[in-house]
Design a protein around this ligand. Sequence first.
Ligand SMILES: Cc1cc2nc3c(=O)[nH]c(=O)nc-3n(C[C@H](O)[C@H](O)[C@H](O)COP(=O)(O)OP(=O)(O)OC[C@H]3O[C@@H](n4cnc5c(N)ncnc54)[C@H](O)[C@@H]3O)c2cc1C
Length: 418
Amino acid sequence: MRKILVVGAGQSGLQLALGLQSHGYEVTLMSNRTADEIRSGRVMSTQCMFHTALQHERDLQLNFWESQAPKIEGLGVSVAAPGSHDPGPTQRAIDWLGRLDGYAQSVDQRVKMAGWMETFAQRGGQLVIHGAAVSDLDYFSRTYDLVLVSAGKGELVQMFARDPERSPYSEPQRALAVSYVHGLGPRPEHPDTEAVRCNLVPGVGELFIMPTLTTSGRADILFWEGIPGGPLDVFNGVKDPAEHLSLTLELMEKFTPWEYARATKVELTDAGGTLAGRYAPTVRTPIGRLPGGGLVLGVADVVVANDPITGQGSNSASKCAASYLASILERGEKEFDEEWMRAAFDRYWDTAQHVTKWTNAMLAPPPEHILNLIGAAGQLQPVADRFANGFNDPGDFENFFYEPAKTEAYLAEVVAGA
Ligand SMILES: Cc1cc2nc3c(=O)[nH]c(=O)nc-3n(C[C@H](O)[C@H](O)[C@H](O)COP(=O)(O)OP(=O)(O)OC[C@H]3O[C@@H](n4cnc5c(N)ncnc54)[C@H](O)[C@@H]3O)c2cc1C
């Protein structure tokens, strides 16, 4: 039986460990926290996952929370009108809702990772609670057929060199501030449709709001992404969760009053329901070389970490885990050598490159043709729907998003068919 070590028990590591386990591999999973520590700890993400990524979980019968988690059927965009963040006017220049072909869901990673970790152990997997260091990997690479590093954006990424050609940004592009709340009202425009709402405040940042299933049941997430140094970049050093929430609400009142209107009665889900931070989006070379000469393969965020502005990291982690699982199964009994590792990553990069390209584009101020496209979606429902479904399949943006001529041609085609 082939022996595989998975280091890091997040979306990708657990999905891979459980997937390999179900195919009869002898899997050891190393996590720096126990399931209980994860469950009772701080939130880590907003983890909204779209159809394709959720389907990978269903394929492995890991969709344990599907019936309880809100079914997100729409994705809406609102753009604050110029000057609307000066005290006074509250109008939006743009406001629409696109319909998703397959629903999206967010299950708090505290719930999911803790539950999956327990399942892995119950099914006979070897779970080691230990924060792995490079020296540990050096030792283990000699006793395992394959070592997969799925430790997210933690310190182990240092083993994987940054790929400057695929990493246009060397600094964080947004300051992140998340609050999980109970008591948020529905959007009055679509009270019966669960949706991710993307609120763009030009020159300032973005506010994302989405429903989730958390440790205390259904909740909503308020997630500010602020341009560094701007008016939203004020969460650094705020330790008190209540202060974090009141800052979040103050900023909503000022910059997105239409969202604040439904947030006046919210309260935090729990003391761990807030998160603040920032990181530079980075693509890395996929193979880590250990001091003793062994090789390890990086997984998901370790090798491709995008800014959460497009809500893709967990989706990508699921897609990476599914792609690596297929590569491992296809390898059979042959050695997991450097060539195989590179090929496994390249296969994942076929999908991931689109996520990186789109996410990095969304971090920059939008050019005119994209403003036109987002504006047109307000009048043309098929455009809103296609944009929304791009969150599931970012490769589709190649067809109508980046090049002005393609955007124009697409809009003309929709108008002609309307
Ligand atoms: C604010 C925010 C909002 C987000 N919103 C979304 C969203 O809406 N949709 C979406 O798809 N993505 C979103 N993401 C991104 C998403 O959460 C991540 O990309 C995804 O969780 C990455 O999965 P992963 O398996 O690579 O790593 P992680 O989920 O980070 O898991 C890595 C695990 O490894 C553990 N670990 C670290 N170091 C070690 C070590 N040395 N030894 C052992 N264990 C270790 C960590 O504790 C962690 O449990 C968001 C991220 C942030 C920060």
